[in-house]
Write a new protein. Structure first.
Length: 410
């Protein structure tokens, strides 16, 4: 399918596919088994200049936005979703800084994230606050010219490998959701340590750790946007990061489908290749339909989001203002509903396709020395993180109700 990619976007695809084929596939089993961070792959992608494809040139990026992030995530994930997540984990950190950071904050943190000199991470989840982010207990108490953080965050992708973290904590617990604020915390801050490293079903090349804060002091300049707007920062940022999760899913589905096609064309039963069996052909056709349908929705959503985002970024850089404030002044739509749809459609499809591919490959598909079972283990998390697909359906339904009320007021 021709999706009308620009020359620069096609170059991202070509370069990423080459790295996936030559550098990632030969080592993906190693990193799945050892659960090490894939630093050699990270350095390869850094040298290729791919880590900042979604950030403005003013901050060391290549001037792309959501669609470029989608292409990078999708094509890395065709080779290995775990390594893809590990090396692109800066995006969920950089995007809230881009959208809600002051000009000084953008200049301070984005160039290093764009170049790959520093790795970013995003941390909102806590032991008692998963889908219900309003239940978080981590606090950031205003104190003189800064804040003092106390609490535990968990399930932080990137973990100890990262250098810069966007962290959410309550500056006013009495106000509940309206008391949550967003902060940038740097590794090495006194009182900031790491806890347990999780042992996971899949995406094992991406470390997932607890973050511990004990009387951790950070300067007031590290507050993103305004006190009490943290939940808003998270929700608006998710609009732009969820397409990358959908892209992981599309990439995984494409990767597992290609591996399966190669096998079923060679595997013979009853005197013929099993790819000639109609039952197998119907399953493969359904996989292809689901992949292409999800990709079409994802690319359309990314393009729609970028159409509004690009002018807001340009104006914020020119006028030294905050990008999200410019989005509001320009009347830019948030596309929350479509972003959620992309994640649901693509991740649900990826899970089903991975399971079907194991089935088509038969016994060998269940074996650890064959790549199919790894894709199936990696797929499951895509229905869970960045908001479970049940939460996404809540978002979609709320958007439908809101649109109906606007179009047909009672």
């Amino acid at each position: 399918m021709d999706y009308g990619l620009t020359e620069e976007q096609r170059e991202i695809v070509t370069l990423t596919d080459r790295i996936g084929r030559e550098k990632i596939k030969p080592v993906r089993e190693h990193y799945d088994v050892t659960e090490e961070f894939p630093w050699p792959i990270y350095e390869e992608i850094k040298r290729a200049g791919l880590l900042g494809v979604y950030l403005p040139e003013a901050y060391g990026g290549t001037g792309g936005n959501t669609l470029e992030a989608v292409l990078l995530s999708e094509h890395l994930s065709q080779a290995c979703p775990g390594i893809s997540l590990a090396v692109t984990t800066s995006a969920p950190c950089a995007i809230p800084i881009l959208l809600f950071g002051t000009p000084e904050q953008r200049t301070r943190w984005l160039p290093d994230l764009a170049s790959g000199d520093r790795l970013g991470a995003f941390s909102i989840t806590e032991p008692s606050a998963g889908s219900d982010a309003t239940a978080l207990r981590c606090t950031a108490k205003p104190d003189g010219d800064g804040y003092v953080l106390n609490g535990v965050k968990n399930f932080c992708s990137g973990g100890e490998a990262a250098d810069v973290y966007v962290v959410f904590a309550s500056t006013n617990p009495a106000r509940g959701a309206r008391g949550i604020s967003a902060f940038v915390v740097e590794k090495g801050a006194k009182g900031f340590t790491f806890g347990k490293k999780e042992k996971k079903m899949g995406i094992r090349a991406s470390p997932t750790l607890e973050l511990h804060f004990q009387d951790c002091r950070i300067p007031k300049e590290n507050l993103l946007y305004k006190e009490g707007f943290g939940l808003f920062v998270a929700q608006a940022s998710f609009d732009f990061t969820r397409p990358a999760i959908a892209a992981q899913a599309v990439g995984l589905a494409t990767g597992v489908m290609n591996e399966t096609l190669s096998y079923i064309r060679m595997r013979r039963q009853f005197g013929q290749a099993i790819s000639s069996f109609q039952a197998i052909q119907h399953m493969m056709a359904d996989c292809a339909i689901a992949v292409e349908s999800g990709r079409a929705l994802l690319y359309a959503t990314a393009r729609a989001m970028d159409k509004g985002l690009n002018p807001a970024i340009a104006k914020a850089i020119k006028d030294d203002t905050i990008v999200y404030d410019e989005m509001k002044s320009l009347g830019v739509e948030r596309w929350s509903m479509e972003s959620a749809m992309s994640k649901v459609v693509c991740s649900d499809a990826a899970m089903k396709i991975a399971v079907d591919c194991v089935q088509m490959c038969g016994g060998i598909g269940y074996m650890r020395d064959f790549p199919i079972e790894k894709f199936m283990r990696d797929a499951k998390i895509m229905q869970i993180y960045e908001g479970t697909n049940q939460i996404q359906r809540n978002e979609i339904a709320a958007g439908m109700i809101r649109l109906s009320a606007q179009e047909n007021p009672s």
